[in-house]
Ligand binder design. Structure first.
Ligand code: SAJ
Length: 439
């Protein structure tokens, strides 16, 4: 299939689309292209999830405005069907891969098991003229070093000659999946300029933001670098919080005044950095760097941020000691288990690290989180008789709390605030023993 024919089929929305991986990236993408009028087949390994989607039900948990309705609509209109079978790839003109790309917790190197599986299965069913798009976040150099060779080896076709190859990194965020796909700018990295052009024509049907055609390496760098940037910024804020604690200052007041200075945007110190992107992408960014590059800032920022849940444990031990309670005799309530405020997502949650360490120190730990099914329930009841409350997530529910109401339920009024939910002066005036990140 010549490039012109593919572009025509894309522009007329006749091009048959396959989306491999129907998670929080692939499912909304598949539905938006189906809504735009393309015939879309989604491929997922789990038959249970495939059946759920084909019933018009959305398997993504958490609040995703518009997504459940969109899934139901495109399935009922017949533009979107899910399957576990890769056979539809043979007839696909656009094949999009959106599978997870985790990092090994000890080696910090990418684990591409899901990506290799998707590439191999697609390659075995790849037809000439197909536009292959990788939306997964990958280490710079992966398109050239893994994706292209594996697709060529399993398909017997040549990238750039027989099929088009693109990296268009996703920029989704839990809670705003559809909004982000529609409105965020996207880099479109083509192994050839023609590939990038075809992908720009494809995304133009769904994306209202800029579509910037670049080469693959640039696209891989943009995505991993934008999240490494955020991790370093958060690490700076956390280190300044530790400095202010040491000097007896209030980092929240200092931060507010620093940010009055032009071009300053000091991020929020906190109890840690969780989620599916920020803890992982900095490691992807530097994964393929050679001996000529010595990463210092990226690993250091990761270490600072990974240290914050441990710092919260130290603050808790300290606060309890001031209240005359030993950690190994304490009952501690942890408020918040999700990695992000007003979310049910617990991936890489800093709270998990804190809970494990508190229990290792002998504390009895109860957990509350209004969004996480295992930890929902009446907060007043959950904190009954606790010696300390540790605030790990700034859920709106916690910001609305009245400390006086809480005090009645809690034994020793001790609070350790990891997200500046309760201003120190207010807590101390109410008679609480207070510790907080940065104060
Ligand atoms: N956090 C801080 N201080 C901050 C900001 C965040 O401690 O100033 C913590 C959060 O509590 C959380 C973690 O960092 O534990 C990550 O928070 P996040 O706001 O970065 O949310 P994520 O992980 O969902 O990041 C996503 C990213 N989007 C993509 O990868 C496509 C990120 O690039 C976005 O900047 C971010 O959403 C966003 O702005 O919402």
């Amino acid at each position: 299939m010549k490039h012109a024919n593919l572009k025509h089929r894309i522009q007329s929305k006749e091009a048959r689309v396959v989306v491999i991986g129907l998670g929080y990236v692939g499912l909304p993408v598949a539905c938006l292209f189906a809504e735009a009028g393309f015939p879309v087949v989604g491929i997922r390994r789990s038959q249970e999830k495939v059946d759920m989607i084909n019933r018009g039900e959305c398997p993504i948990e958490g609040k995703e405005p518009g997504l459940p309705e969109l899934v139901a609509r495109v399935v009922s209109e017949g533009n979107f069907v899910a399957t576990t079978d890769y056979e539809p790839c043979r007839r696909a003109e656009v094949a999009l891969i959106a599978v997870e790309t985790p990092v090994d917790p000890s080696s910090r190197k990418p684990r591409y098991k899901a990506l290799r599986g998707a590439l191999t299965d697609l390659g075995e069913h790849l037809s000439p003229g197909t536009l292959v798009i990788i939306e997964s976040t990958i280490a710079p150099g992966t398109m050239r070093g893994l994706v292209q060779p594996l697709l060529e080896e399993t398909s017997g076709l040549r990238a750039g000659e027989d099929f088009f190859l693109v990296n268009c990194p996703e920029r989704v965020m839990p809670g705003k999946l559809l909004h982000n796909i529609r409105h965020m700018h996207r880099v479109v990295g083509g192994m050839t300029p023609e590939a990038a052009q075809a992908a720009v024509a494809f995304y133009d049907h769904v994306v209202e933001g800029d579509l910037d055609p670049v080469d693959c390496l640039t696209a891989e760098l943009v995505k991993t670098m934008e999240n490494a940037y955020r991790d370093v910024q958060i690490a700076f804020a956390n280190e300044m919080a530790l400095l202010c604690e040491d000097l007896g200052a209030d980092v929240w007041q200092v931060r507010e005044l620093v940010n009055k200075s032009p071009y300053r945007a000091m991020h929020l110190p906190g109890a840690g950095v969780g989620g599916h992107c920020i803890p992982k992408d900095p490691w992807l960014l530097i994964a393929n760097a050679g001996d000529g590059f010595q990463p210092r800032l990226i690993p250091t920022a990761r270490a600072v941020n990974d240290g914050m849940p441990h710092h919260m444990v130290d603050l808790t031990v300290e606060a309890l000691e001031e209240a005359g309670v030993s950690i190994d005799e304490a009952k501690v309530a942890v408020l918040g288990y999700a990695y992000l405020e007003n979310s049910d997502d617990t991936r890489n949650s800093p709270s998990a690290v804190l809970v494990e360490e508190l229990r290792e120190l002998g504390a009895e730990v109860v957990i509350h989180d209004p969004y996480v099914a295992d930890y929902q329930g009446d907060l007043q009841e959950r904190v009954q008789g606790c010696d300390a409350l540790v605030v790990m997530v700034a859920h709106d529910d916690y910001r609305a709390l009245d400390l006086a109401d809480l005090q009645a339920a809690v034994g020793h009024a001790t609070i350790v605030d990891g997200r500046h939910v309760f201003p120190a002066s207010q807590a101390r005036a109410a008679g609480w023993t207070y510790r907080g990140v940065g104060t």
